[in-house]
Design a protein around this ligand. Structure first.
Ligand SMILES: [Mg+2]
Length: 304
């Protein structure tokens, strides 16, 4: 139902001259009245039973995650997060201490990234816990990083390691805001987004919105320890976990291959960027082994 609903929603756009970016990227943007600066907005909703289990997971981690996923969307477009609105629907029988722990988790991470939670709403109802956070940010003088501007020949690169996020990582991950701002400042990034539904699916989305395709170099993909651990129990390979688990919240960027060499010079600032493929003219998602032919690659991924 949700995929159909989102597809329908995309057909219902109401374009306005003061909204340069609406559906389709990680954040939206609108021109302030002065038109000398834009504000970037994003919102994310997480729900008990879908994104977390209230009876199994630490309440402060649940609150943290509600902020973290929004920060990751700010990082996705290399935007500086500024303020947030947090709205929460509490189950009617929830203990006060649990509600407070949820908010403490939100504030702790928001403080770490200099984000003020300036408003929101809370209500009780007969259903399960739902948290919705809306975050506003400002682009740097380099402008926002979009999905639709990848160029044929670009290197495809990711931060960090991928896979196995379902263990704990999807609560404890560090949103790549500082990394995104550093990369965007020092390198010529062409396109970018955050990895939420798995590398394979998110690379497909990025190149599709740029009107190109992608070849992935599977042996170059940085696989997390958690993906190796998950592989021992799941019977799937660690690579499959890295390609399709989702909720990695790492950055996916495209940039001229020669710019990647400079990436090593900013590695000192703690950003590791690994090249995992190339943007190609042929649409679709492909894999290539060293000197081998292009082979279609299945688009696996986690659909919320
Ligand atoms: Mg995103």
């Amino acid at each position: 139902m949700e995929a159909e609903f989102v597809a329908w929603l995309r057909t219902q756009r109401r374009p306005r001259p003061d909204v340069p970016i609406d559906l389709g990227d990680d954040d939206a943007a609108w021109w302030q009245l002065s038109r000398d600066a834009s504000t970037v907005l994003t919102t994310d909703l997480i729900a008990d039973g879908t994104h977390f289990e209230l009876d199994r997971h630490r309440p402060d981690w649940i609150g943290r995650k509600a902020i973290a996923v929004n920060l990751s969307d700010m990082a996705a477009m290399a935007v500086e997060p500024q303020v947030a609105l947090a709205s929460v629907l509490f189950p009617r029988n929830l203990e006060l201490a649990t509600a407070q722990a949820i908010y403490r988790g939100m504030w702790e991470l928001a403080d770490e990234f200099g984000v003020a939670i300036i408003g929101g709403d809370t209500n009780c109802w007969s259903g399960r816990l739902v948290l919705s956070v809306t975050m506003l940010g400002t682009p740097t003088p380099r402008g926002v990083l979009r999905r639709q501007t990848a160029q044929v020949g670009d290197a495809i690169a990711v931060t960090g390691t991928l896979g196995g996020s379902l263990a704990e990582h999807h609560f404890t991950f560090q949103p790549r805001v500082r990394e995104a701002l550093a990369l965007h400042q020092h390198l010529t990034l062409h396109a970018g987004m955050d990895i939420t539904d798995g590398l394979a699916m998110d690379v497909s989305r990025l190149v599709e919105s740029s009107g190109c395709g992608a070849e992935l170099w599977l042996e170059q993909i940085p696989i997390s320890d958690a993906a190796h651990q998950a592989s021992r129990q799941s019977g799937r390979s660690a690579l499959e976990h890295a390609l399709g688990d989702g909720e990695d919240f790492e950055l996916l960027v495209t940039l001229p291959p020669e710019a990647l060499e400079q990436a090593e010079s900013i590695a000192a600032s703690g950003v590791t960027l690994t090249r995992v493929g190339t943007v190609i003219e042929t649409p679709g998602l492909w894999q290539r082994q060293q000197h081998g032919p292009l082979i279609p690659l299945e688009v696996t991924g986690y659909l919320h």
